[in-house]
Design a protein around this ligand. Structure first.
Ligand code: LIP
Length: 266
């Protein structure tokens, strides 16, 4: 049985190679392959190519494991482990040439469903900045060789918070109302456009907190482990109005309950 550190090393190695391919394709020019849930929800040729590379690397190294990726069919494994993969998180940024996108790779044990799985290791590569965020369960969260910890001393100016919006315009009014409820506790708001980077930045103390509805499993699998291993709190709350769009909140412990309450609303 591979240790969490061995799984982490594999996630880092594959995320690095995948990130380099994504960066090369970006430099060569990006082709939109299709749209998915709406005209705003695009997939590029590079998303598919990078996922195929990740899948092939993981199959070669760990043929018995399952796979759950954004751009291809899920595969059940014979081992109890599943790799949860977003080949290019922040695809719209990637297509527009905004250097804020991530390659997110996590490995989980048990049923490959958020809230049921146990995250063992993960890596979030930021190819445009050359940064590699990584964590193994019980071994801390790291940015390259530096150990990460969340901010847990709220500033008198308020919290620096991040959020995001889904591709369905019908959800925007509700998401903006949430922002209005949260802003009284914020010094300012950031919208990076990639949940994996938002969560990595909470783990690194670059953000005090983050909240968003409707993330897919691959958007948060590695990032949630980074936050937890950096001493932060992360939760996923099913929302009665739309069970497909759970609410995700992450921050240091000091502001967590306040942020969750504001994000949930009355
Ligand atoms: C993106 C998320 C982001 C969200 C976007 C989109 P994608 O994932 O990382 O947080 O706001 O709407 O879902 O589609 O680039 O992999």
């Amino acid at each position: 049985m591979a240790s969490e550190q061995q799984l982490e090393a594999l996630a880092i190695d594959v995320a690095r190679e995948a990130g380099e391919l994504a960066r090369r394709r970006r430099a060569e020019g990006v082709a939109i392959a299709a749209t998915k849930s709406s005209v705003a929800d695009i997939v590029t040729e590079a998303d598919r190519e990078v996922e195929a590379l990740i899948r092939a690397r993981l199959r070669a190294e760990r043929p018995g494991d399952g796979f759950l990726g954004e751009e291809s069919d899920a595969a059940q494994g014979t081992s109890d482990l599943t790799w949860v993969v977003d080949p290019i998180d922040g695809t719209v940024n990637y297509a527009y040439g905004i250097p804020a996108y991530g390659v997110s790779i996590a490995v989980v044990r048990g049923e490959p469903r958020p809230g049921r799985w146990e995250a063992l290791a993960g890596a979030v590569s930021s190819p445009a900045t050359g940064e590699m965020f990584h964590a193994a369960r019980g071994a801390g969260a790291w940015l390259d060789g530096t150990r990460l910890s969340v901010n847990d001393t709220p500033s008198p100016a308020g919290a620096l918070l991040a959020t995001g919006f889904g591709y369905d315009p019908a959800t925007h009014a509700g998401d903006l109302a949430r922002v209005a409820r949260v802003m009284p506790m914020a010094r300012d708001l950031r919208r990076i456009g990639a949940a994996s980077l938002d969560l990595a930045y909470v783990a690194a103390g670059r953000f005090d907190g983050y909240f968003e509805r409707g993330l897919a499993p691959w958007d948060h699998a590695a990032g949630a482990l980074l936050v937890a291993e950096a001493g932060g709190r992360f939760t996923r709350v099913d929302m009665p109005d739309d069970p497909r769009r759970a609410l995700f909140v992450a921050s240091g412990p000091a502001i967590f309950d306040g942020l969750l309450a504001a994000a949930l609303g009355p």
